[in-house]
Every structure is written in C-alpha cells, then in structure tokens.
Design a protein around this ligand. Sequence first.
Ligand code: AMP
Length: 284
Amino acid sequence: MQAWSESARSRGLRLGIVPTMGKLHEGHLSLVRVAASSCDRVLVSIFVNPTQFGPGEDYEKYPRCLEADLNALAGEGVSVCFAPSVAEMYPHGQADNLTVEWGKKALCGAGRPGHFDGVTSVVSRLYNAMQPHVAVYGQKDAQQALIIRRMTESMLFPVKTVLGAIVRERDGLAMSSRNIYLDPAERERALTLSRALTRVGESLRAGERDPGRLQSIGNGALSGIDGVEPEYFVVVDPATLAPHENKVDGLLLIACAAKLGKTRLIDNHVYRIQGDDVRESMLF
Ligand code: AMP
C-alpha cells in the first residue's frame, strides 16, 4: 500500500481516501464521489477495526462482505481497495495507540468509552499506510469527523479532512451498515431518531433558541416509545460539544443515539443560525 501511494505521489497525483468498515451502501459511495471531485485517485479502505468496539459490542457479528463491496466499488472508478488484516494494522498488538482527548468523553464517548481512541488509532495508521492528501468522512458520524479533524491538526498530519452529507433512505432513516440488523418492527421504530431531529428543527425554525428547551423537545420525541431505548439527545455547539450558553447561535449540532433491540443507531442534523435565518449546514 505504501509503495503504491509513494509511486502515485511521486507522479504528482492527488490521493483521496474513504475509510470504511465495509458493507458498503449509498452513503459510502457518495463519499467516494466527494473524494473524486478533488482528487486524481480515490482509495477506499475496508477494515473492521477491533479497537473501536467495546466489550459486548458487535465486533464479531459486524457484516463482512468483501466480494459484494468490491462489486459496489467497481462502478465508481476507485483505484485501490485497501483491506488489511488485523495483524497488518496492529503489528505489535493493540496496545500502542494514538489518543485525542478533545471530545472523546462527550456524546457517543459517554456510552462507548475507548471508542474514539480506537478510531484515532486506526485512522492514524491508515494515514501512514495510504498516505492520502485528502480523507473524506460522513457527517453521519459528526463527532467522529470532529475528533479526526482535531487529531489531524494536533498531530500535523498533512491530510485535508473533508465531509460528505448524510445519505438517507426515502423515509428519512440515515443509511448505516447496521440497519441490516433491524427486524421489520425495529426498522419502523428506527424512524424515531430522524423524526425527533426533525421535530427540533421545526422548533428552531419557529424561533425557539433556548438550548435547554430544544434539548427537552428532542428528548421528549425520542423517549416513551416501546422498543426504543434512548442513549442521548443533545443540542450542542460543535466547537465544544457542549450546549451554547444562553441561546443557540451560529453552528448547531443536534445529535442523538438510541438502541432498537440490540442495534445501536445514531443520527444528527446540523444547522447554521444567523438571527431569524435557520439553514441546514455542513459541520465544516
Ligand atoms: P462506517 O463504514 O460505518 O465506519 O462508515 C465509513 C464512513 O462512511 C464514515 O465516514 C461514515 O461517517 C460514513 N457514512 C456512514 N453512513 C453514512 C451515510 N448514511 N451518509 C454519509 N456517510 C455515511
């Protein structure tokens, strides 16, 4: 992998990577297109990273389907699919790691201690293996994207962090490799997340600016539904991952997580607020 990237870089080619854990869907493919828009070559990694799964999470049963994934990539003009083994990514075992303190205990980090240490540890290795100029991530994992951008800045990685928008199913459910775990009843109840986010967006557009009230509207919409176990619903400033002090202003991240049976799902909306103007926005 390093030899391929070195050779491409020496020919002046700009390399864009899309890190994934496989079981590719339209959300992943949209990131490939984002990478292609500013790069000469697009590389996709497929690696189910053990260090970002906690005990009792779904590392063993996470879907693995390399053949189907390669077929999905075939139509997208991808130059390389990098699918390393665990031993290649962790040659000295899983103890030596890169940690970013910023943001790692908020939101998903509260319920998944160690998760973001695993993410930054694998992404730093992917950067050294793949040597990209650009790395593209989905806004679906907003906290992950913010932490990776922070890592890139803190560690002076010469990589530009780029975001792609959330791709949704027709009914609003955010696409996820984990959606295949849902039985039909859970699939229906999974809409609770996107509906709760939409409900808060409506309140914003109606003029509500109180961070506490917005958060309770979201919490209310996410809770009290049989079979949906809310983990969090937050309305935060993406610069701090903490609520705005008095009223929401500027960039706003509204994010939630909930369990449907054994399946944990996350979703978010991002808005830019300027006075009365409320617009959906990218985080960066
Ligand atoms: P994963 O394979 O789930 O680890 O995701 C790999 C990349 O795809 C991450 O940057 C995710 O944020 C992104 N991604 C996952 N689902 C979506 C989606 N529905 N829309 C856009 N990007 C996504």
